[in-house]
Design a protein around this ligand. Sequence first.
Ligand SMILES: [Zn+2]
Length: 305
Amino acid sequence: MKKKILKIVLGSSTGLIVLSLVILIPVLMVLDFFGANITDNYVENNMDYADRYKEAVNMALKNNKGYVPLTRILYFYLEDEEQSFYQIYVDNLDKDSNKMLPISEVCELPKYKNFDGCKDYEDSDQIDEEQNKPFSPPIDFKKITVTSFFMEERIVFGKSDVHGGWDLATGNKTPVKAVCDGKVTKVSFPYNENVTNTSGGGGNQIYLECEVDEDVTYKVIYAHLYPDTAKVKEGQMVKAGDELAGVGTTGYSTGPHLHYQVELNGNKVDGMSLIDFSDDTSTFTPNNGLPTYNPNPSLELPYKR
Ligand SMILES: [Zn+2]
C-alpha cells in the first residue's frame, strides 16, 4: 500500500510538487525561525561593522566628540557604502552641545538629501527628539579604547555572546567615577588577585543607583575592578565624578578594562547614550526639564542588508 502511494506521488508531477512542498515548508520555517532570532538583535550581523564602528567611536572620543550609536551610522551608511563611518558619525553630532542631531537635521546636508531614509524618516523609529543626558563620564575617555560596544555580537573565550555593556580598555588602577549623584548599592570585591576567571562573572564590582527623575532610576554596574581599590562603601551617597575604584581584570575578562553597564527596570540599556559630552560637565543638572531620553536600542534598521 505504502509503495503504491509512493509510486503515485512520484509518478505524477503534481505529486512531486506536493511532496517537495511538504519537505520544503518545514525547512523554510526552521530557517525563518533562526533568521528571526538574528534580526531580534540590536543590529543584524553587527559583527560585519564592529571594527569600523569601534574605530569611529574611538576617534570621536579622542577628539572630544559625543556619542552616535551604530544604528544611526548604518541608517546613512547602508544607502551609500562608500562613506566613512567617522564622517557619518561627525555629521550626526551637534557642534556645540555634542548631542546627536535629529535625523531631520542631518538630512538637510546636501549629501544625504536624496537618500531614501531622508524621504521617509518620519516612519522610522530612530531617535529624533531632544535628549536628556543625565550622566557624566564613568572614566576619563581620553585614557580608554572601546573594545566592545553595547549589543555587540562577539566571541569571548570561544563562546559567542551579545554584549550588555561597554568595554573600555585602559591601564590597571585607572580611576572609575560615579556617573551621577547617587547611592552606592553594592560593593563586592571577592577577588584578591587581579586575575581572569573564564567560568564567568563580573569580578570585583560596584553598583550605583542613579535617580534622574521621579520614576526613572538607573542601575549602573562597574565590573572587573582591581582588588582592594574600592573608595566607597555600600549605602554611601556619592557625587557625579567621585572616584569609586580602579580598573582591573577580575572575573570574565581578557585584560584590564572597565565593563560599564546600565540597566533600567531590569533591562540593559545603552549607557553611552546617557552621557553628557558637552565640554563643561560641571554645569550638568540631572533633571533639566527635558524628557528623559529613552536609551533602549531600536531593534530594526530602516534598511536591512
Ligand atoms: Zn564587558
